[in-house]
Design a protein around this ligand. Structure first.
Ligand code: FES
Ligand code: FES
Length: 152
């Protein structure tokens, strides 16, 4: 089947298998390997991307669902060599260890700050509730998101 969609501001028209998952389209067809696959079952959040500004698990989205939609991936956060405030804040707060969960965590945080630039700690915890991190504990991650929000 042929579908049209946008990824990181760029229009695409592609012939794809209707059973292909969005995470595979991004990583294997478009070479956007910043999006990670962990569980492949909608449990870990590593594969989180934004679909029309809403955080979704790309392992659970089938390609036909993105017809006409706008997808944003971790690759779009940095612009012209300038990291997003969230990325800087994660670095400054040492909110990254192995980094496997980090792209998904950043995209969930991005979705939050796009709709709620001044979130409470509870809002932050709710926004990243679907993103599992086995390394850092969550305090540094929550702190990093708080600090990024304070700079908006
Ligand atoms: S890989 Fe998609 S939620 Fe875990
Ligand atoms: S930094 Fe390793 S799982 Fe989150």
């Amino acid at each position: 089947m042929q579908i049209e969609f946008k990824v990181n501001g760029k229009e695409h028209t592609m012939n794809v298998q209707p059973t292909m998952r969005l995470v595979d389209l991004l990583r294997e067809e478009l070479g956007l390997t910043g999006t990670k696959e962990g569980c492949g079952e909608g449990e870990c959040g590593s594969c989180t991307v934004l679909m029309n500004g809403k955080a979704v698990n790309s392992c659970l989205v089938l390609v036909p669902q993105i017809r006409g939609q706008e997808i944003l991936t971790i690759e779009a956060l940095e612009q012209d060599g300038q990291l997003d405030k969230l990325q800087e804040s994660f670095i400054n707060n040492s909110a990254v260890q192995c980094g496997y969960c980090t792209p998904g965590m950043l995209m969930s945080a991005k979705a939050l700050l796009m709709t709620n630039p001044h979130p409470t700690e509870e809002d932050i915890k709710t926004a990243i509730a679907g993103n599992l991190c086995r390394c850092t504990g969550y305090n540094k991650i929550v702190q990093a998101i708080k600090e990024a929000a304070a700079q908006i």
